[in-house]
Design a protein around this ligand. Sequence first.
Ligand code: BDR
Ligand code: CA
Length: 305
Amino acid sequence: MTAKPIILDVDTGVDDALAIAYAIRSPELDVLGLTTTFGNITVKEATRNSLIVLEKLGSDVPVASGAEQPLRRVKTDYPRHIHGEHGLGGAEWVEPKRKPLPTPAVDFIIEQVRAREGQVTLVFVGPLTNLALAVQKDPGIAGLVDQVVIMGGAVRRRGNVTPYAEANIYSDPEAADIVFRSGLPITLVGLDVTMRTLLPSSRVQVWRERSGELGRYFADMTDFYIDFYEKGYPGIGGCALHDPLAIGVVIDPSFVTLERMRIVVDTEGETLARTAEQPGGEPNVSVCVDVQEERFLEHFLSRVI
Ligand code: BDR
Ligand code: CA
């Protein structure tokens, strides 16, 4: 089996950290690098957190720092009540030993895609700013990637920021609009499926009790995120594994059922950042409409810690 080369774009974030662990620990994937963006926290914090998580995992995968702000908007507030003051929940904070690459994220993406034509999978689990900038700078890459897997959007269910919008798309709707029109081969892993992939608190306690320092580290991180879910969605019984599911779909597409659709992004008005299906339009996205949540959860747990 040859491992699939991937680039993972993150706004690290608790569930981003879990996605990083899942990707690094999966032999089916060859993580060429992480690229970072603002989103759950500032891009500086996302870069730092990504380096910390990789260090905890004993990985020397490179990290390239990316967008500080959305394409046409100004972001000043970050959801620290969801991902914690530093972005890694209640995990102890340490200064990373490594530094990011000198290459900016957009150039790293273009260089890697061009160096391995038709082979690279791009996985985006934060706002789509880096990807929009990459296709604007080099539109040719749209035809040279293997696939693009995006955690974002809510096609047939309500959003998590407004009744219409999901957080990653809402953070930069203009970038999402560019990406969905770009001709990139997109698979959309939205709230339609990720809100069904719940990590129960009981499974996190197993990490804490039986998996040494690394288990305690990820448990401290994740408990904070689970607390947010319990407050926001009383009785939900865990936290949503949004970003890890995007990795799961790359490893084993049979975790989900796909439907081809024309997806358009609203860039103004009350429905800002809605990812709406346009019936009858030329399909541009494979949308995940169903998930085998238990099989996915067991696979994720078998890999991460
Ligand atoms: C997405 O928003 C972020 O808070 C998470 O990391 C995930 O990527 C879920 O809407
Ligand atoms: Ca994320």
